[in-house]
Design a protein around this ligand. Sequence first.
Ligand code: NDP
Length: 245
Amino acid sequence: MEISFASKRVLVTGAAKGIGRALAKRLASYGAEVVAVSRSKEGLDSLAAEMKNIKTICVDLSDWDATRKAIKSAGAIDCLVNNAAYATPLESFLDAKPESFDMSFAVNVKAVINVSQVVVEGMIQRKKGGSVVNLSSQASQAALPQHTIYCGTKGALDMVSRVMALELGPHNIRVNCVNPTVVMTDMGRVGWADPEKANSMLAKIPLGRFAEVDEVVDAVIYLLSDKASMINGVTLPIDGGFLAT
Ligand code: NDP
């Protein structure tokens, strides 16, 4: 299957590292002009130095007004990937902190709404349709110990995405989620570096392994592309069968 993003402008949040960084590079290699958004200037600078068709915007997505201004400055966008998320500290339900709740929901849910509103308004005005992919998680649909708040944000993200799909479909704007299992990025290591925890999760994944960054990137690329032109409102597990059990 040949996929091209030539002449497309794609905005990726959380592109300084992990899945977002690999995705930005893959999109650029398929001909897209990528707008990479993240908080760390150093990470963004090194990304832009690697590929010439990546522009960068440095902003803290938990700041509503600064984010709105920054995303408006990006100009016309054809495809959007809401990938950034706060690595919520591991806390049991009884220990879950209000500050963990505020930061997690600010980045994982509120910023998705904020960024999408700005980008989608432009898509609607230009009447050329568009595609949005939100990085959710298996944690949106399965209870994971010590993940009360993170699970809550991803469950909320799945439902926000479905309402977006419902309301934006008539404008030919598709909105989908991908829902990976553990990926050993910096965020993945927060929850699963401990071998005992990793092994208990691996035992519940029929394929018996975690996902690779490129396996998540492949699914996002597909959903963003015209090859997925009739797919709207789905939550696609990339979990080796974890959610099927
Ligand atoms: P990483 O922690 O590796 O990268 C997250 C990126 O988001 C970083 O570039 C980070 O910026 C950015 N970011 C975080 N907070 C903000 C903020 N306030 N403002 C701007 N940028 C911010 O995460 P992953 O690559 O692992 O995760 C990507 C997505 O995939 C997330 O939505 C995550 O929930 C989801 N996911 C991850 C899984 C995993 O096991 N890794 C499993 C399932 C889903 P900076 O570099 O500046 O900190």
